[in-house]
Design a protein around this ligand. Structure first.
Ligand code: BGC
Length: 239
């Protein structure tokens, strides 16, 4: 009898991938290989974006996308062992919040949480050499991989960049709105140069919703990745 690999129990493990952003919370169901099994759901990030309000949104998205066996979450701040440490674009109440444990209680499934740019990176990298990720959304995310291994929680966002301002102050969504597309693009070019000089990366991936505003030519080793990588990368948290 021919074996249908689709009936292998391991193939049926489904992962709910969640991406918590400053403006939207997104969710997608993934199969064992990390391929999408559903359309992407998106709900506006509640204001204020407290843990309780954000978890309620995730519970609704989970109900709409379920059933699933496990959950991966990309979080817009530093995360250590499922506990959120910072959340500059959400709410101060995330400091020291046990997100993985709380979500596990609400959803009844095991939950793994990582920084959103780290997850985005897993969805984009080739796994060879030095690969750096920058995300341009509400905040500015960053991630570093060496031969596919993550250096977790690289936080370029709040690192000094230029003119006494941080990367996020120059390249975040507020900066884009305030400075306009032309200035923002010119800053982006300078940031790419600065990151190249710092990391000597093999590839720099740029993701996030504001990549649609990029209007400068990019060097051959700089690639724009689709936003869905922020969800697809969620599968890597279970490898
Ligand atoms: C946070 C990062 C996050 C980025 C994108 C920054 O403000 O410090 O941890 O990855 O925003 O959401």
């Amino acid at each position: 009898m021919a074996t249908n690999t689709r009936t292998d129990p391991a193939d049926r493990v489904t992962t709910l991938a969640v991406d918590i952003g400053g403006s939207g919370i997104k969710a997608l169901l993934l199969d064992e290989a990390g391929q999408p099994l559903s359309t992407r759901g998106r709900v506006e990030t509640p204001k204020p974006a407290t843990p309780k309000a954000v978890i309620a949104v995730i519970a609704d998205l989970a109900k709409a996308k379920g059933p699933f066996d496990r959950v991966s979450v990309g979080f817009p701040g530093v995360v250590r062992q499922g506990v959120t440490v910072t959340a500059p674009n959400l709410d101060a109440s995330w400091n020291g919040y046990k997100l993985a444990a709380s979500l596990k209680r609400v959803l009844g499934r095991p939950v793994r949480v990582a920084n959103d740019a780290d997850v985005q990176g897993f969805g984009a990298i080739a796994g060879r050499g030095v690969e750096v990720v920058m995300t341009l959304g509400t905040g500015m995310g960053s991630a570093l991989f060496v031969d596919g291994r993550l250096v977790p929680n690289l936080e370029l966002a709040h690192h000094p960049f230029r003119k006494g301002m941080t990367y996020e102050e120059q390249l975040g969504n507020m900066a884009l709105k305030k400075a306009g597309k032309e200035k923002w693009n010119s800053r982006l070019g300078k940031a790419i140069q600065a990151l190249d000089a710092l990391f000597n990366y093999d590839v720099l991936y740029i993701g996030g919703g504001n990549t649609k505003h990029i209007a400068i030519p990019l060097p051959a080793n700089v690639k724009v990745v689709p936003n869905v990588a922020g969800l697809l990368g969620g599968i890597a948290l279970w490898k």
